[in-house]
Design a protein around this ligand. Structure first.
Ligand code: NDP
Ligand code: ZN
Length: 356
């Protein structure tokens, strides 16, 4: 049996390199080698906040572009040697949750999230992808792996935040948090036709990309309550939609207070640090204010990746703007992950490139 190495969560609060047997390829599955990888803030929640509980020697990572090594005998479209965008979420498409339209929640809540959750992730020399034909999208000709790897989770999640917020043409939107996920939400809101877009965050690179992606107003949460600043800017009206993509539990009361009747508070933030989400009863109209809350896990699968790639191919938005740090060689995933943990102020997203 061939051995391969990967960078893993060894246990809570501990990461390191591990050696494993090359994964077996099921009849409808694929084994893929990475060409571009990126760590996610969720990997940090997983290792250092124990947000999904303990995991032992589990290879981390769920954002990849790769080259197909092997496919199972029932795989039709995907062939060895194909370059592919690997979605962070690889649903079980036959499951009833997928048939009801919630493919990220197949078999159990968050069940479509397999890499670095229920099985080894993508930070290895090889990784396993279930249902290759349904879950892998071919990398479009001319698209750089470092750009495409931003679609796997960042664009898919952030743009879902905007889709779930039910943004109407000309609507006003507040995006709380403009790390790579929030920035993708800003881009999604603009593409869906928002008018005024408030982006809440302070890192200068993030502010720059927020403007590039369509933000019209920048709000610093360090300069007072966000809702007060947004109410002041809107003559007391508030906004039609709120997307939560960062911050802690304190942002929830502020989100409710800036939401107009009929607005949706769309959460994509991975909540940790407290067990109860605070909602201000009065500001929420004692639960009758027509302020709805939407939640969701990043959508996965081939079609989702193809559609996001189409946005890029046709010049609607440039994912490479999110990439601030580039590394070369699988060995560097460790540095990239630690960068994501430390979050220096010039960071949006690091990418690790690996030669074929
Ligand atoms: P980042 O840490 O890069 O960005 C967080 C943002 O929140 C920054 O803009 C930061 O501002 C801002 N922020 C921090 N504190 C506050 C505050 N008190 N009030 C308002 N804003 C604040 O995160 P990512 O973009 O990488 O990820 C965002 C979240 O999305 C994470 O929780 C991640 O786990 C989750 N996620 C969820 C997925 C899903 O499927 N639902 C998938 C992928 C990620 P500043 O500019 O000052 O740093
Ligand atoms: Zn993620």
């Amino acid at each position: 049996m061939t051995k391969f190495k990967g960078f893993a969560m060894k246990r809570l609060n501990e990461v390191g390199w591990v050696e494993k047997e090359k994964p077996k390829c099921g009849r409808r599955d694929a084994i893929v080698k990475p060409l571009a990888l990126s760590p996610c803030t969720s990997d940090i929640h997983t290792v250092w906040e124990g947000a999904i509980g303990d995991r032992r020697d589990m290879i981390l990572g769920h954002e990849a572009v790769g080259i197909v090594d092997t496919v199972g005998e029932d795989v039709v479209d995907i062939k060895p040697g194909d370059k592919v965008i690997v979605p962070a979420i690889t649903p079980d498409w036959e499951d009833e949750a997928a048939q009801r339209g919630f493919s990220s929640q197949t078999t159990q809540p968050l069940g479509g999230w397999k890499f670095s959750n229920f099985k080894d992730g993508v930070f290895g020399e090889y990784f396993h992808v279930n249902l290759a034909d349904a879950n892998l999208a071919k990398l479009p000709e001319g698209m750089k792996p470092e750009a495409a790897v931003m679609l796997s989770d960042m664009f898919s999640t952030g743009m879902m935040g905007a889709e779930n917020a039910k943004i109407k043409l000309g609507a006003s939107v507040a995006v709380i948090g403009i790390g790579p996920v929030g920035l993708s939400a800003v881009g999604g809101a603009a593409l869906l036709g928002a008018g005024r877009i408030f982006a809440v965050g302070t890192r200068p690179n993030c502010v720059k990309v927020a403007k590039e992606y369509g933000a019209t107003d920048i709000i610093s949460y360090k300069e007072g309550e966000i809702d007060e600043q947004i109410r002041e800017a809107t003559d007391g009206e508030g906004v039609d939609a709120v997307i939560i993509a960062g911050g802690n539990m304190d942002v929830w009361p502020q989100a409710v207070k800036m939401a107009k009747a009929g607005s949706v508070i769309s959460n994509v933030n991975y909540l940790s640090g407290a067990d109860v989400v605070p909602l201000p009863r009065e500001a929420w109209g004692c639960g009758m204010a027509n302020i709805d809350i939407a939640t969701g896990l990043c959508p996965g699968g081939k079609v989702r990746m193809e559609r996001l790639a189409s946005l890029v191919q046709h010049g609607r938005i440039d994912p490479e703007s999110l990439v601030t740090h580039k590394f070369n060689g699988l060995d560097k995933v460790e540095d990239a992950l630690m960068l994501m943990k430390d979050k220096p102020r010039d960071l949006i997203k690091p990418v690790v490139l690996i030669d074929e």
